[in-house]
Design a protein around this ligand. Structure first.
Ligand code: HEC
Ligand code: HEC
Ligand code: HEC
Ligand code: HEC
Length: 194
């Protein structure tokens, strides 16, 4: 029964290939370290030095569960990573205008990220939105915005940028779906936990 032996060893071989491919796959997609931007984080600790306590942000929940405003789909990458799209696209959504890298032609999606994580260019917010008095890594100064019809110039520190993106969506979600478990602007302790 020589053929049977080779069928079995072939099956074992394939099993091994799949198993090792699997591990690499999971290692590449699920590990939490993401310092070079080539891995999607699973859980991120934000506001680590805040007196109110750090914020535990579950990146996986927000990108795979139906956490969109309507509750019908995962949130698009660029709703948070707003610079990860071409400038021509941003021009349709003022006050946004800055693409990073400036000459990029692609829009960040889960598929693009899987194809070529480095080229997908998902820069961490903290490279640009920093505390007053700090200089961002990727910009000459902390970004400022002015909304149409308002005279106010807003300096997008880490605090303002995150509160607008995170709590801004949560407030809107709670308006249409009051029982959603999304911490709204005033629920400080639901995000900042000691
Ligand atoms: C709800 C908001 C949100 C969505 C949606 C989102 N991200 Fe993120 N992402 C973040 C935050 C916040 C961080 C951590 C930023 C920081 O530390 O300053 C992050 C970090 C990352 C990093 C690590 C960057 C680095 O250099 O450390 C990658 C890569 C990334 N996201 C990819 C993606 C991709 C791909 C998608 C879409 C499939 C996506 N993100 C969707 C908020 C989001
Ligand atoms: C939806 C979650 C969420 C809610 C609700 C929230 N925060 Fe935050 N807060 C964050 C995140 C995320 C950051 C940015 C952290 C960073 O820079 O890493 C932040 C930053 C801050 C900072 C600046 C911290 C620093 O180290 O620079 C302060 C102060 C702060 N929040 C206070 C509050 C207060 C007060 C409330 C309630 C009125 C509140 N937050 C509600 C998520 C939240
Ligand atoms: C490469 C630098 C860079 C990165 C990375 C970046 N931002 Fe920004 N952000 C800016 C600039 C610059 C502006 C001002 C508007 C513009 O020029 O597009 C801005 C504006 C904003 C605004 C104000 C938008 C409005 O309509 O009021 C929010 C909120 C914000 N960013 C949140 C985030 C979050 C959250 C992340 C990470 C998921 C992030 N940003 C990553 C540079 C950056
Ligand atoms: C576009 C909408 C949207 C954005 C942007 C968003 N969230 Fe959420 N978030 C949700 C929804 C929806 C839920 C709750 C879903 C449910 O009902 O369970 C949620 C839940 C949460 C929870 C509860 C725990 C969990 O993982 O479900 C925390 C904490 C949280 N978000 C923090 C953040 C932080 C911090 C940011 C910004 C970096 C952020 N969110 C950005 C929609 C959003």
């Amino acid at each position: 029964m020589k053929w049977m032996k080779s069928v079995i060893s072939f099956a074992l071989f394939i099993g091994l290939v799949i198993a090792s491919w699997d591990t690499r796959f999971f290692a590449a997609t699920l590990t939490a370290s993401a310092q070079d931007g080539t891995k999607m984080p699973d859980v991120v600790k934000l506001a680590k030095e805040n007196k109110l306590g750090p914020v535990t942000f579950n990146h996986t929940h927000h990108t795979t569960k139906n956490y969109s405003l309507e509750g019908s789909a995962p949130i698009a990458c660029i709703e948070c990573h707003h610079t990860a799209q071409p400038a021509a696209e941003l021009a349709k959504h003022p006050p946004l205008k800055t693409a990073y890298p400036a000459d990029r032609t692609t829009t960040l999606t889960a598929e693009l990220f899987q194809q070529d994580a480095k080229a997908a260019g998902a820069a961490a917010c903290s490279n640009c939105h920093v505390r007053v008095g700090e200089t961002p890594k990727l910009l000459p100064e902390i970004p400022q915005i002015k909304h149409e019809g308002s005279a106010a110039i807003l300096t997008m520190t880490n605090q303002l940028a995150f509160h607008r993106t995170c709590a801004g969506c949560h407030d809107a979600v709670l308006k249409s779906r009051p029982d959603a478990k999304a911490p709204g602007q005033q629920k400080c302790a639901a995000c900042h936990k000691k």
